[in-house]
Design a protein around this ligand. Structure first.
Ligand SMILES: [Zn+2]
Length: 325
């Protein structure tokens, strides 16, 4: 997909968008950054004419027992105990659960698994799931950081269990480190986890020396750096390791809170940076796994930054270039 002059050649992909109407049922307190309006901003951005070729599905809910693929036996009871009959219950100072949250989470996992099926069965080339709440902070035994279950981790395990994939790569460009994903897979060489994230920042993990069993590749970025710093760590660290890993599928924890406008972090990425990393991951997927990418929405709390980042990301997934067709 990169020609001799080093520029990208447009390649039409069959790209699936899985929408998640149940995601609106997960309520958080007034003023909380992880709010239903995020999904509406994403849906608005992806309803524009340039995205008319997307293949569109709504999320089907799944039995949440599937969360036990990555979480402990008592994990779901932590959520059940915290869930109120009405209103909003607190799990910790910034993680909340409402009566509709189970439906939202089972729809988010369902979205990811139907995208996985479609990509692995070759019905589409790649897929983006516009889901909430995010999942990458949810550890084996602990929901946290706005996250109730770890959707990308469940998707990785299901790719192995249901589809027989051997090597799963998860690349996480959310501005926060995915401590939950690292916690779940740090002893498992069959799952690659590569993350760029601001440091210092919540949740405090993600140092260079957290390497798991040689399967974890953290790339902390200093506050106030821009996309040039990000491109350097991907070119120097994460992409060469991913190339060597030779994934059977690439899952993306696609957070858009590294946008320069985001209120929760201090990186200065612009839309073209999200397109760049998407294109690089597509090159890896082209080389190693017949283009198979499943991308899941994680964070992104400035609605304009979120919409612009998603637009760049999905346009690249669809066209292999930022140019509209
Ligand atoms: Zn984040």
């Amino acid at each position: 997909m990169i020609n001799a002059a080093g520029t990208r050649t447009p390649i039409k992909m069959a790209t699936l968008l899985v929408s998640h109407p149940q995601g609106l049922d997960h309520q958080t307190p007034q003023g909380h950054p992880e709010r239903p309006e995020r999904l509406r901003a994403v849906e608005d951005a992806l309803s524009r004419p340039k995205f008319k070729q997307l293949i569109r599905q709504d999320a089907q809910s799944v039995d949440l027992a599937i969360a036990e693929l990555v979480h402990g036996k008592s994990y779901l009871s932590i959520l059940r105990d915290a869930r109120p009959m009405e209103g909003i219950g607190a799990i910790d100072a910034d993680t909340f659960i409402s009566h509709g949250s189970f439906e939202a989470v089972s729809g988010a996992v369902g979205a990811a698994l139907q995208a996985l099926d479609a990509v692995v069965l070759g019905e589409v080339d790649n897929a983006f799931c516009a889901i909430r709440p995010p999942g990458h902070h949810a550890e084996k035994e602990k929901p946290m950081g706005f996250c109730l279950v770890n959707t990308v981790a469940i998707t990785a395990r299901e790719a192995q269990r249901k589809h027989g994939a051997e090597r799963i790569a998860i690349v996480d460009f959310d501005v926060h480190h995915g401590n939950g994903t690292q916690d779940i897979f740090q002893d498992d060489p069959s799952v690659f986890y590569g993350s760029s994230h601001q440091m210092p920042l919540f949740p405090g993990t993600g140092a260079l020396d957290e390497v798991g069993v040689g399967n974890i590749f953290n790339a902390p970025l200093d506050p106030d750096t821009n996309g040039a710093a990000m491109r350097e760590v991907y070119n120097d660290r994460i992409l060469p390791a991913l190339d060597e890993f030779m994934p059977d599928i690439i899952l993306i924890s696609a957070g858009f809170d590294a946008d320069r406008r985001d209120p929760l972090a201090q990186l200065n990425w612009v839309a073209d940076d999200f397109a760049w990393i998407t294109g690089k991951l597509m090159d890896m997927a082209d080389k190693h796994c017949e283009n198979r990418i499943v991308s899941l929405l994680e964070g992104g709390y400035d609605l304009n930054g979120l919409a612009d980042g998603v637009t760049a990301h999905v346009a690249m997934l669809q066209n292999g270039t930022l140019e509209s067709s």
